[in-house]
Write a protein that binds this ligand. Sequence first.
Ligand code: ZN
Length: 414
Amino acid sequence: MRNVTQTQPLPLLKSPPPRSTHLSFVICHLSFLLLLASAAIAEDSAAQPEITPAQVKPHVFHLSQPALEGRGTRQGKRLATNYLIEQFKAIGLEPLFDGKYVQTIPGPDTEDGKSTYVGHNLGAWLPGSDPALKDEIVILSAHYDHLGKVGDKIFPGADDNASSVAMMLEVARQIKRDKTAPRRSIAFLAFDLEENLLWGSTWFAAHMPWKMEQVKLFITADLLGRPLGDLPLPLVFVMGAEHSTGLRSLVEATPRPKGIEPAFLGIDLVGNRSDYVSFRDARTPFLFFSSGQHPDYHTPNDLPERIDYDRLAQISTLILGVCRQVTQADTTPQWTRQPERSLDEIRALNRITTLVLKLDDEHAAGREKLTTTQRSVAVNLHNLTAKILKRGQLLSSDRLWLIPSAQAMLLTVF
Ligand SMILES: [Zn+2]
């Protein structure tokens, strides 16, 4: 469509038509051009993510600046929590914990009986507008803590997990601005102590302002800002949908900006990697979004300059769409004991291993050669997924091999 406007004027221009027809000719020509232009603008805005790179970037830079000491020291966490509470207030969200934004996570009492704390979860919410649905809760969360300092080395944690905290803040801002208020209530949680055995979300799940059965969907995200292994892959992994009826189709029905593709993987392929664990174990529908690990994961090089902000904006816009759908829908996904499996998961894994091996064969610039172990792990998973795809059917017995092979791949190669 667009190409036509730039180069090809209408063929009718060969011999000038008589005056009266000339005017109508000019008018219809102009309206046609206007039509093309508005379509181009519409297409461009459709391609543009609703949440923009300019909106998420400042949060990532602020949260991963050296002064916040990798959000692992008391000083660093205090500065991070102040910033997040300011953001919750600026967006116009209500405090979640009895008029406060902070949920203190207690530590052991001192010998003389003084209470101590080990951390602080932060929470805010938007009460639902529908009297029949306002007591049903959707949770969007991201952990804000990170590894802090080791000696004089700071671990800035731009991708882990300032990227997802930025997503959560900007999703909250858009939903607060929406003309149609959410029918169900939606809460926004910034968990502490994820790096410490998921303690923050575990404490929260046991000390919520609601009953677990009121939570209709728990969404969390981790490592959104860079593609898996820094591979040229437009994939964002969506995990956990297999455990609830209608959840995968809800995500698939969500409009998504160009440049990003959801790839559904079984949560069992990654194990207990982030704050969804307490909700999965309570059989509460959940979704875990992640772009996967990369070479700077849990190193001092996880810097804000290395984040792909277009990707982060696109994924944030996708998650915004999911939150809108589930807070407005008449019904919500239901937990199912029998996980729904699909060959798409195998296709995604096969696509990743194909690319990894191809780049390794080409010894692509800027990429280290795979070690013998890494290569054999990638080849193993590649052959396994190719065999399943050739068979065209996923057997339950396949998971016996798939899980350790995929975990080995995700943990050793990236
Ligand atoms: Zn993390």
